[in-house]
Design a protein around this ligand. Structure first.
Ligand code: RRO
Length: 309
């Protein structure tokens, strides 16, 4: 059995690693991912300045799903420039996630990350749903094109973007055209669909405090949208652009589905939050079980081979 894969030319032992977001902010948290079976380490999306994030409670589970409005708590990019090299001993690719509040911020962060040799790739987050008063850049197609062009001029690492879900055929094509005109080598789809609402019925209250209870949704509830966006990106992007599927993965069967739909690898958010770092090894082992049952011995045997009627 060979479940190796690659994204943006970077080899991975298997397709399963963590999504930027849950429990990947501090050195201890990142070391725990390094020590786990995850095939890569992604850090919490970093900003130019350190941020405390939104007021608590800002994360809640509902069944196997989640709602969050963390508001980007992180120690800032300079702290990660010092911290990420310390993860090199885990001998797996380190992926730095960042977001700029302005284009100037993005360029400053990228200039810094360029200098850190231990960073294998950079994921630019265009889709944080939880900043009060700040729309998601990826829903503004013109601005997305401008940011991709300007960052593309200076970035010196393999890089990609984290996108929100799109729900309209026209929007899939618009964003794909912009991405195909950029220098990105991978997309991660999807970020948590924004502005969901979860209610605690006993308390007759919203589940989280920020933004009147509105937040990004994770878990199996969003898997059909994650799958659809991964598939559309695979169909519309240049073949050499890698697709990383994210959204609602809780079993090896879910990993299989994403790869069948065209993903090269997958990231896990809510299930990692709920289960801890053991989730990565469990999902990789379960993927092997699904492949064995189906008679497949390599990822390429079924990647992007989803049948239509
Ligand atoms: O920190 C957050 O509130 C957050 C971010 Br940056 C993101 O990209 N996605 C999300 O669900 N939460």
């Amino acid at each position: 059995m060979d479940i190796t894969t690659s994204i943006a030319g970077i080899k991975l032992k298997h397709p399963v690693f963590n999504a930027a977001g849950p429990i990947c902010t501090t050195k201890e948290e990142l070391d725990a991912i390094g020590a786990s079976a995850a095939s890569a380490i992604v850090c919490k999306t970093m900003t130019k300045e350190p941020r405390k994030g939104n007021p608590e409670p800002r994360y809640a589970d509902f069944g196997r799903n989640s709602i969050n409005s963390m508001g980007l708590p992180n120690p800032g990019y300079k702290a990660y420039m010092a911290l990420l090299p310390q993860l090199a001993r885990h001998e797996k690719p380190i992926i730095a996630s960042f977001i700029g509040m302005t284009l100037e911020d993005s360029l400053e962060i990228v200039a810094g990350l360029n200098e850190v040799k231990e960073i294998a790739a950079i994921e630019m987050n265009l889709s944080c749903p939880n900043l009060p008063g700040k729309p998601q850049v990826a829903y503004d197609f013109q601005r997305s094109g401008e940011v991709l062009a300007e960052v593309g001029k200076i970035i010196r690492k393999p890089w990609g973007v984290k996108l929100p879900p799109y729900f309209d055929e026209v929007h899939f094509k618009l964003i794909a055209d912009i991405l195909n005109g950029s220098t990105i080598q991978f997309v991660s789809v999807i970020n948590s669909p924004g502005n969901g609402l979860v209610i605690d019925r006993d308390k007759e209250q919203v589940a989280i405090r920020p933004k009147q209870g509105f937040g990004g949704i994770g878990g199996p509830a969003i898997k059909p949208f994650g799958l659809a966006n991964a598939r559309k990106m695979r169909q519309l992007l240049k073949p050499k652009t890698s697709v990383v599927g994210v959204g609602g993965i809780t079993t090896g069967g879910d990993v299989f589905d994403y790869i069948l739909a065209g993903a090269d690898a997958v990231q896990v958010g809510t299930a990692f939050m709920q289960e801890g770092p053991g989730v990565f090894g469990r999902l990789a082992a379960e993927l092997e079980e699904v492949m064995t049952a189906k008679g497949y011995s390599r990822i390429a045997d079924f990647r992007n081979k989803l049948k239509e009627w």
